[in-house]
Design a protein around this ligand. Structure first.
Ligand code: AOF
Ligand code: ZN
Length: 365
């Protein structure tokens, strides 16, 4: 028996089906933002009879996909159990309420991993209970929250989830004395592309754009999307003036430039916004519907956004760059800057000369 966060106890069998729903939910990561990636499984007599997940932004919810797929195949859903990673919605949004469809289908039991913090979605659990459906909440809740971490933060805190990513030498330098920063890590770069696929936007400073001319798109992993939204911090407008030569300005995705040149004439896929402070930039991006941002540098930008980082992906190459640019060299008073992160994961590359440390914000050291 696994004790739920709420009032229910669950069987091991329930854990197995909810794990499957979480696997399905993960398939939507990167494609549904700023909506949550959700998975649903329908079980009859101990066997899965249908599955669904939220596949793309604006598309059917996980529950609807699972139910419709079963009905298309003529499966009678009366008396079945649904395992779903998020509380079913009870509102008319881009699609009608999932609760109504669950009730109509005759599903008898609904196991929910996590309550929906989004107030517009209504009280789906009460609606189902009032219709006589047995609802249990809290199974694998923390796992579900992790899968939906962007949604959870952006709905509750009204700010996007912020991930800092940097590639550093062993002595904490992101560039050598001459400003060269390419190829500090190589084998683990695939993970960076996965992060770009998952996050809705990537953010870089003008210095990095001018020096490295990065593409900031998704190349090393399979992806149905080619690039995230690109956000450039360019107060003086230096990249705007040279944009014809710069890869980040390619029209494959939207570009948002934070610059004092708010009226600068630009192409349709580019938007210039006159905001400068990091917290104001995050609030503005949230208002534009951005739920997650991958901060890709350089040192000035890492320093400015460190206080807002939820997670840090620190890639290290076994190299010593000596008198180069420190990762957080924009922070002047390091002793006074508390570093409130815990290591959640480490990866050692096959070549044994690169490693990754993943850190998450934690309150007690
Ligand atoms: C999803 N996918 O599988 C579930 C969601 O704008 P709408 O109509 O698509 O509704 C979005 C809200 O519905 C979302 O914020 C969440 O609270 C709820 N459930 N959303 O996008 C899903 N189950
Ligand atoms: Zn729904």
């Amino acid at each position: 028996m696994v004790k739920g966060v709420f009032e229910h106890e669950f069987e091991l069998e329930d854990v197995k089906f909810m794990k499957r729903a979480l696997v399905l939910a993960k398939r939507g990561i990167g494609y549904v933002n700023p909506n949550p990636p959700v998975g649903a499984v329908i079980v009859k007599d101990g066997a899965i009879v249908s599955e669904g997940y939220h596949e793309r932004y604006g598309g059917f919810h996980a529950e609807r996909n699972a139910i419709l797929r079963a009905l298309e195949r003529g499966v009678d859903l009366s008396g079945t159990t649904m395992y779903v990673t998020l509380e079913p919605c009870d509102h008319y949004g881009k699609t009608p309420p999932c609760t109504d469809l669950i009730i109509e289908a005759g599903i008898r039991r609904v196991i929910v991993a996590c309550r929906d913090p989004n107030p517009v979605s209504g009280d789906g659990i009460s609606k189902l209970r009032n219709a006589g459906i047995h609802v249990a909440v809290g199974l694998l809740e923390s796992e579900a929250k992790e899968v939906m971490k962007f949604f959870m933060k952006s709905v509750v805190q009204k700010l996007p989830y912020v991930t800092l990513k940097y590639a550093s030498s062993l002595d904490g330098k992101i560039a050598d004395r001459g400003g060269n920063s390419k190829w500090i890590t190589n084998e683990l770069r695939k993970i960076v592309h996965k992060l770009r696929k998952e996050h809705m936007a990537v953010l870089v400073g003008a210095g990095t754009v001018l020096k490295d001319n990065p593409q900031l798109n998704i190349r090393l992993v399979k992806s149905k999307k080619r690039a995230p939204i690109k956000v450039i911090l360019d107060w003086e407008g230096k990249t705007l003036r040279k944009r014809a030569e710069l890869n980040v300005y390619s029209p494959e995705s939207k570009v948002i430039v934070f610059s004092r040149l708010a009226d600068y004439p630009v192409e349709e896929h580019i938007r210039v916004i006159n905001v400068r402070e990091p917290i104001e930039i995050l609030k503005t991006l949230w208002t534009l519907g951005v739920d997650s941002i991958l901060v890709e540098g350089g040192a000035e930008v890492f320093s400015q956004f460190l206080p807002y980082a939820d997670e840090i992906y620190a890639f290290y190459g076994l190299k010593v760059l000596g008198d180069g640019k420190g990762i957080f060299s924009g922070i002047s008073n390091t002793i006074a800057t508390p570093f409130e992160y815990c290591i959640t994961k480490t990866v050692v590359a096959k070549n044994r000369s690169e490693f990754l440390v993943v850190m998450k914000r934690c309150s007690q050291g």
